[in-house]
Ligand binder design. Structure first.
Ligand code: HEM
Length: 405
């Protein structure tokens, strides 16, 4: 295939958001590292995606060089800045600010805080499985995959229940900031949702300063490193980030993971026969159908991929979903779900390098309790209709997943 006829990343291809993997396979074969006509770059192979993530490039849009992509961003948001959380969350900052924010949040988000919530999560899963048993057939997204992570993260942060519904709506709008193809109307709604959510979080933080409890927000207020603390606006952005990062992905892990098991009955049977596979199974499910398809980076210096040189200042989409299915790394059965895959944990679904997901242990725990619970409790677990996908390119997962037990 010559340069002119080589395919380019096309999230608008019919059926793409239902199943992007055939397109990724074509891109890995014919255009593993290419510049899109809209001016951004796309990486499809495991080795390149991993190298890009580990090479500590920028995430700050101010480092975008001149060109189509920069012009488009400027037109949409009026300026070159990250259009969410005031651009202040660690997800959108480079070192040294990233290092500092991450260190302070890590002081609050400890392994102890995560393991302390395990019994609570298990009880929530058990109650929801009781409801599913009573109903007989349900939409798994509404019955478990969505509410569980939302309740868990709200509870961990210490978000008052009175705010749950509105926060959930606003977080839903903000999640769209992770999608490509934002139009000016949506950009306006994202900015408005961001301001409103920040206002709610600011109020709660003000109250918590005077009434600290054993929740994550209080711990983040108290977090201190050699006299350094998070100021109010930094706190607001990190709390919002944990909300956003903390549940959309986990919803997809539970729903995509359950669907993958139901579509691969031999693997479901394998898990039923050997429960010790559960930990590895969760990682294989994360590999097989990644909750966040792509991460973005902006190159700080030219980045060489084979005979291609990505210039400095380029916007690069590193595609985790494609990397997770790369035959060159995983072998010929990369497209197969294999719960006993030896190196399943090498998936890139939690990123890599200095930004590796802070919530990976919590996410794995939720996946284990939810998916393990479903499999253990319901011998007759099966699909009960067609899955409807949420139409998202990045945070792709089922909108509804009908199951019967
Ligand atoms: C299955 C569930 C999850 C997946 C697939 C996931 C995935 C990711 C990925 C790929 C990154 C790297 C972003 C980048 O390099 O640009 C990341 C970062 C992050 N995640 Fe997760 N995540 C999940 C659950 C969670 C949970 C439950 C929390 C918190 C409660 C969380 C908190 C974070 C934070 C704070 C970061 C930013 C780290 C940094 O910038 O240094 N995530 N996550």
């Amino acid at each position: 295939m010559d340069q002119l006829s080589a395919p380019v990343f096309n999230p608008f291809e019919p059926g793409f958001t239902d199943d992007p993997y055939p397109q990724y396979a074509r891109l890995r074969e014919h255009a593993p590292a290419h510049e899109h006509p809209l001016g951004f770059w796309f990486l499809a192979k495991y080795a390149d995606v991993q190298a890009m993530l580990k090479s500590d490039q920028s995430v700050e849009l101010s480092n975008l060089g001149p060109g189509r992509y920069r012009d488009m961003t400027e037109q949409l948001y009026g300026e070159i800045t990250t259009p969410r959380l005031g651009g202040l969350s660690m997800l959108d900052r480079d070192p040294p600010t990233h290092t500092r924010l991450r260190k302070l949040v890590t002081k609050a988000f400890t392994p102890r805080a995560v393991s302390a919530i395990e019994a609570d999560i298990a009880a929530r899963v058990a109650a929801r499985l009781d409801d599913i048993a009573d109903a007989g057939s349900v939409d798994l997204v509404a019955a478990l995959a969505f509410p569980l992570p939302f309740e868990v993260i709200s509870r961990m942060l210490g978000m008052p229940e009175t705010d749950h519904d509105r926060v959930r709506e606003l977080a839903g709008v903000l999640a769209k900031s992770f999608e490509p193809g934002v139009d000016p109307e949506l950009a306006r709604r994202i900015t408005e949702a961001d301001l409103e959510l920040a206002g709610i979080v600011r109020e709660i933080l003000r109250w918590k300063r005077d009434h600290p409890t054993d929740d994550l927000m209080s711990a983040m207020i108290a977090a201190e490193d050699n006299g350094d603390v998070l100021n109010t606006e930094e706190l607001v952005a990190q709390v919002e980030l944990i909300y956003l990062a903390g549940y959309h992905n986990t919803v997809n892990l539970i729903a995509n993971g359950t669907l993958a098991l139901l579509r691969n009955p031999d693997q479901l049977a394998l898990l039923r026969a050997d429960e010790t596979l559960l930990d590895n199974a969760i990682d294989e499910l994360l590999r097989f159908d990644v909750p966040t398809q792509a991460l973005r980076r902006i190159t700080l210096q030219p980045f060489v991929v084979g005979d291609v040189v990505i210039p400095a200042g380029a916007f690069v989409l590193t595609n985790l979903g494609s990397a997770n299915r790369d035959e060159e790394f995983w072998g010929e059965d990369a497209d197969k779900l294999r719960l006993d895959r030896d190196n399943a944990r090498a998936h890139l679904s939690f990123g890599a390098g200095s930004r590796f997901c802070l919530g990976a242990a919590l996410a794995r725990m939720e996946g284990r309790l939810a998916i393990g619970g479903l499999v253990r409790r319901f011998g007759g677990l099966q699909l009960d209709g067609d899955v409807r996908w949420n139409g998202r390119v990045n945070l792709r997962g089922p909108e509804t997943l009908p199951i019967s037990v």
